[in-house]
Every structure is written in structure tokens, then in C-alpha cells.
Design a protein. Sequence first.
Length: 532
Amino acid sequence: MRIGGLASGIDTEGLIKQLMDAERLRLNKFNQQKQIKVWTQERYNDINKSIANFILDTRRDFGISSLTSSTNNFTWIKRATSSDSSVLTATATTSAMNGTHTIRVKSLASGVNVASQEAIQDRGDNKTLSQLAEEIEGFTLSTDEEGNFTIKINGEDITLNSDFRMSDVVKAINDVSSKTKVRASYDANIGRLLLSTTNTGSEAKIEIDNDTRDVFNNLFKLNMENTEYKGTDAIIDFNGAENIAYSTNQFRINGINIDLRSANEDQEYTIRIDTDVDGVYEKIKSFVDKYNDLIDNLNKIVTEKRYRDYKPLLEEERKALDEETIKLWEEKAKSGLLRGDETINRILNSTRSGLYESVYSDGNNRLVGFSHLTEIGITTGNYQDRGKLTINEDRLKRAIQDDPDAVINLLFKTSNASDPSQKRKETGIINRIYDDLIDGMKGIINRSGTGDNASLYRNVRANILIDFVTKSSSISLIDRDIRNIDRQIDNENMRLSRIEESYWRRFTALEKAMAKMAEQSGWLMAQMGQMR
């Protein structure tokens, strides 16, 4: 414990604190620099997160998976109308031909379901298999010395034990369902075992080994007269083609996804396919709205005003302010940290330039149909809009009605070209936007790292972090800067400790000297008093 001023009367602690406050100016500067770096990193990570969510959300809206950008599975371009939805429902992919198609449903696909014909045991009972076997006249459960025995379903051996209860039997059967394609369930309220195939169609089956049929018939009351039970296929006639078989009731034919509900071979039904002009328009408009929101946010960030007089608050300064004042102060301090940022401006410039570029089929040949956004009524608006898109509704809907394939090709075309420049020329506008944004995300990751969003970024593109991990060893530029500042802070703290210790030594020496002087003065006064 340091106690000063006993001899001198000087407020040593207060004086040293004032001296150290002056010495800490450089440390305070380092701490503020670090805080600005942390805030900048957080802002970058928020931007990258918003870009990632934009890509994932709009892809989801379009029905684009993370593995492919193929338009073949789009179900919002064409509209399918069934003449009787109680018999079948339908959706159309991009490859479905417009017009009216005929279909006759002769039979539905089915699996195999087998259930106990009578109760295995009374409601509420939970007997072991050996106990159940003892109640069956003329039946003996053959087991090995450990009480184990084997049943066989679809060629797969399943080991049971005489101490098993029905819940154990169900688990043993379901543990191998990926191999047998058969699942089991047991309803204790009715005391029945149920076996069902996990698939449908003529390939679905429940085959019981003849050697263990007695176990199924006697122990589980399944009364299986045959050793094999098979499912049936769905059979349809389509556009005059007869007896087309499918193993399930949900299938695709001629680009139409069909879900069969019931069969009536004496009745012919129709499926009408049309271009869903309003549906396609709304999908494109929704994308444009979300894109404009993203671009507007990025533009605000790079033009945000910087308040340089508002430095990050020091700890002592924060203690002297209320929460609302701290909040308002930090809003000013954080404002404009990315004003004119090169990385974000590069994203804005690349996406903006990509909107003006035409889309080519290959080489220098333009696409048959549309090759530029303006041809379908989408423009980049005024200069003040800074890259935001505007839609002429009538013109876009007319383009969708006249040539929907060309509209989709313009927006979503993919390229197999190996040359990056050629690949960009052959890539549709929306996929080009995604590519530019992902490249921008990589640039931000190099500057600020991934934060807590690594898995989110991998959902955008599986290999998005490859360069960051291999080239940067997962250390961002800002993280390097923060490490350097931390070293400077450590060095400065050690320097300040030495200086403070030096001040205390000096003031302690002063106190000792003054104490000694006071002692000598007292002695002299005493001596002079004796001389009187």
C-alpha cells in the first residue's frame, strides 16, 4: 500500500495520477485506434451477412439450390391447371409445353402394409417374447443359450431376444430399415404390430423367410400366408401413350410434376399449361426490390458522414455519462467508418457494370431473343439512384408473354466456358450479380474475417473461404492490425508501470528527505531551547 504526503502534506497519489494521466495520452490513443478497428470489423461483417442473406433469400425465392443454378426445376414460370384436383394436382417446370395435355389414371402406386390380425397381448400389458410364447398353445420359441433367435425380412437377418418386449422388437426392425425398406410400429392400445414398406411400387416388398414364418404368424399374429408381399405401380395413359408405369404417385412427365390422388381408368382428365406472366413478373420484381434495398444500404454506408471529433469513449468517460448519451455519442463515433471504402465501392461498381453488359450465347454471338436488361423493360434509373433498378411493368410483362424462355435465359443463363472473361459474357444477369457479390464477399472476408458467419458464407458457396484459409491462414487484415495495436498497448502499459513506479520512488525519497529534515529541525529547536 502506497501512502504519501505524511511528511510533506502533498497529495502524492492525486499528483501522480495527474502526471500519469498525461503519460496515458498515447495509451488512450492506441485504445481508441483498437476500438475503431473493432467497430470497422463489425460493420464489414454486418455487410457481408446482409449480402449472404440477400443471395440465399433470393435463391430460395427462385427455387435455386446451393448446388446448381439450373432453371429446369423452376415451377413459377409455367402454371398447371388440373381438370379435377381430387384425382391429380400438377405443377409445371420450365420445360413443360404450353397447351392441354390428357391423362388417364388407371391405378395408384402402393406399398405393402401388414398388421396383426388379432391382439398380441392385452391393452396395457408389456410382456416379454418368452412370456407371450408360453401363452400360445403348440408354439415353441427356439433360441440359443443366450435367448437369441433370428428373423429375416427382405433377406436381412434381425436378431431378437426372448427377453425383448414389443418396443425392443420394433427398434430392432427399424434399425435396419435402410436395408430392408421396411419399418415397424406397435400400438399398445390395440396390441397390434404393423409392418410397412418405406417405398411404393412393384419393387416394394415384404419378404419373410419361410423358416421364421411361424414366429410372425404365431408370436406377432400377422397370419402371413405367403412369404412375399409386393406393392403395385401407378399406371397412367398420357397424351395417348398407354400404360406408363411409375413406382410412386409423385412423378414428372414432359416437364410436369404430377401428384396422383385417386384412380379412375374410365375417365380422362386434362392438365392445362400456360405461362404464368403475373407469377414471373412478381418473382423478378421481388428480386429487384431486394436488390435495390441492398444497393441502397451499401451506397449509404460509403457516403455516410464522418464525425472525426467524436472519438471512442474511454472507460472513465463512459462512467461519467448516462446510457442514452453514450448511445448517441457512439452513433456519431461509428458513423462514416467505411465512407468511400474501396472494397464496397468495388462491389457497387462491378455489379453496376454487369447490368449494362450484354449476355452472349457463345463467342461473340448474341442470345436469340433478349441480350440486355433494357430489352425487357428493366433499367438502372437515374445517376442519383447509383445502380438501383427500375421496372417498366407493361414492357416486362409483354416480354414474359412473348418469349418467357428468352427472359429466363437472359437472367439465369449459365456458362461452361473456362476463360473467366468469356464465362462472364455468357452468364445471365442475375447469376452475374451473384458472382460479383460473392467476389465482393471474399474481399470483405480478407479484410475483416468471417466473424461468427463462416457456415452462413459456405451456404452461399461451399468453397468461398478457400483462398482466405490457404492464403491468409484465416487471419484478416484487420485482425493483424488489432494484434499489432495489442502489442503496442502491452508495451505502453509496461512503460507506464515503470514511469509510475519511478514517480513513487521519487516522491517517497522526497518524503524521507522531508521527514529527516523535520527530525533535524526538531532536534535543533530542542537544542536551542536548552540554551536559554
